[in-house]
Design a protein around this ligand. Structure first.
Ligand SMILES: CC(C)(COP(=O)(O)OP(=O)(O)OC[C@H]1O[C@@H](n2cnc3c(N)ncnc32)[C@H](O)[C@@H]1OP(=O)(O)O)[C@@H](O)C(=O)NCCC(=O)NCCS
Length: 151
C-alpha cells in the first residue's frame, strides 16, 4: 500500500530524512523550519519525499527524491502531485522549482514550463497557480481508455 503523509514546519522529520540523505547526500537545513514536507511510504517503508515553501512571492518545490530501488513506480509523480495540490489549496499565484537539466521532462508532464536564462544545468521552471491541473486524464494521449469521460 502507498501512503502519503504531510509534515508541518517544525514536525519531526526523522522518517523522511534518510530518503533525502540517500538521494542527495544531505539532511535537514534551515529551510525545513519553514517548509511543508511530504513523505510517501510504500508498504510502510519511507520511499519518497519532497517539500514546499513560500519565498519571494511564489511557492517553491524542492528536494523531490525517490529511493533508487523505488523509482519508476510513479512515487515521484505522487510526490509532485501532492506538492502541487498543497500549492493549489493555498491559492498559489505561481509555483517554481529548480530542475536538473535532464529532469525537466518529468516536471513538464504536469505543466511546469522552463524559464529563460540562468544556469543551463539547473533550469528554473514555473507554473501559474491557476494552470495547475491534477486531472490525470487531461494530458493523457490515450483515446480508448475506459476512465476517459465522454466529451
Ligand atoms: C525525478 C524522480 C523524483 C522521479 O521519480 P520516479 O518515482 O522514478 O518517477 P515516476 O515513476 O513517478 O515517473 C512518472 C512519469 O515521469 C516519467 N519520468 C521519470 N523521469 C523522467 C525524466 N527524467 N524525464 C522525463 N520523464 C520522466 C516516467 O517515465 C513516468 O512517465 P509515465 O507516467 O508515462 O509512465 C527520481 O528519479 C529521483 O529521485 N531523482 C533524483 C533526485 C532529483 O534529481 N530530484 C529532482 C530535484 S528537485
Amino acid at each position: 500500500m502507498v501512503q502519503g503523509k504531510w509534515l508541518a514546519p517544525g514536525e519531526d522529520l526523522s522518517l523522511l530524512l534518510p530518503v533525502r540523505e540517500a538521494v542527495f547526500g544531505r539532511g535537514t537545513d534551515v529551510r525545513d523550519a519553514e517548509s511543508w514536507n511530504v513523505l510517501v511510504l510504500s508498504d510502510s517503508v519511507p520511499a519518497a519525499t519532497g517539500r514546499i515553501w513560500w519565498q519571494d512571492g511564489a511557492f517553491w518545490l524542492g528536494d523531490l527524491a525517490v529511493l533508487e530501488e523505488y523509482r519508476r513506480r510513479h512515487l515521484g509523480d505522487l510526490v509532485l502531485r501532492l506538492l502541487l495540490y498543497k500549492a493549489q489549496s493555498h491559492s498559489a499565484r505561481e509555483v517554481r522549482l529548480i530542475s536538473p537539466a535532464d529532469l525537466t521532462g518529468f516536471f513538464s508532464r504536469l505543466g511546469l514550463q522552463e524559464q529563460p536564462g540562468g544556469n543551463p544545468r539547473f533550469i528554473e521552471m514555473m507554473i501559474p497557480g491557476d494552470q495547475i491541473d491534477l486531472d490525470t486524464c487531461s494530458r493523457c494521449p490515450k483515446t480508448n481508455c475506459p476512465n476517459r469521460q465522454p466529451g
